[in-house]
Design a protein. Sequence first.
Length: 411
Amino acid sequence: MQAPESQTFVTHLECGYTGEVFPADTIQGLSSAGKPLLVRYDLEALGQAVDKNDFATRPEGMWRYREFLPVRSGRDVVSLGESDTPLIPLTRMAERLGAKSIVMKDEGRLPTGSFKARGLSMAVSMAKELGLKRLAMPTNGNAGSALAAYGTRAGMETYIFCPADTPEVNVREIALQGGKVWRVNGLINDCGKIVGAGKEAMGWFDVSTLKEPYRIEGKKTMGLELADQLGWQVPDVIFYPTGGGTGLIGMWKAFNELREIGWISGDLPRMIAVQSTGCAPIVKAYDEGRRHADLWEGAATIASGIRVPVAVGDFLILDAVRESGGFALAVHDEDIAAAHARVPSEDGMLLCPEGAATAAAYEHALELGLVSPDERAVLFNCGSGLKYPMPPADAELDHSQSIDWDTLAMA
Ligand SMILES: *Cc1c(COP(=O)(O)O)cnc(C)c1O
């Protein structure tokens, strides 16, 4: 845990689109251009104040990278015991594909069972620091769960709006963790409109993806942690299931900050934005060579975490993908479902559908020659597979009858 008076190195906030500067330590949403704000640091002072080897001696988890984070006072940190997330080699998958190294970073181990914990632990801590008491967001499920949990822990009220077909488990976990939650007969952008419309009457603060500056900083810790775990090296290529893109933008920010400080050198990873063909606005914009994406009509995919028809940070995602020499790739839901079944049966690792999408995209990209089998790849499993529907397993046995062991062995 952060020392109460620990120093941070935040200098200001900056519009990710226009570069317009906004003061730190004040409540801010989007920039005056209606675009996401990015937190900027005095990286030179940061690099002098802390050594990259210092982190190994601190308790694990995202808060060990406090110098890279915006929270000024350790007393404002709202935590539920965030741990490091492991890097798990998918050895059999790599063997089957003739690939040098495929590693899954398993974010399902975090509090509330998804990497949304990183962003919301940070956003709620900053909300506490800035004196906010009532927070609201639209969510496909996991972000709402994390907001409810961290908000409740901080003693705040949370108002959460989900599309009608949000997985039951998410709606219930939100409610159980003290969130006020509604199902809305629309998609996440319709839910977002409710949050916008209620601002004045309800006096809540909008913690929608990228509509406040701090969730990115929480997700940035995935990049810091990954580089740290690899001995301040980075992989060649990262496959990231992209909805609002917070994690992809955050990791890219992390790698650039680390390079500026001089802790990593050489090529940064190629960033691959993975979407479903049922909702692929970023892939479409990438293919068309554009910097902004159009609203995706009729969004539908089994990977609900990446069912985001419009992303306010579209240009930040597309810039990161292009600057890194990566690409954006959509996979069919059938291939997501196949990978969701294959990876746990092959390598023993249960995935959420969005994590399965990265495995499907990796295989597809290999077939298309978009990645080489020599590139060291990191895929992201963003949530616990236990939260999602699994194919039925309904074999039964009658213990009062004699068992045919040969049949059993054939199962
Ligand atoms: C939110 C979410 C995503 C998308 O993450 P972004 O960083 O917002 O693009 C992917 N998978 C799951 C399980 C999620 O909850």
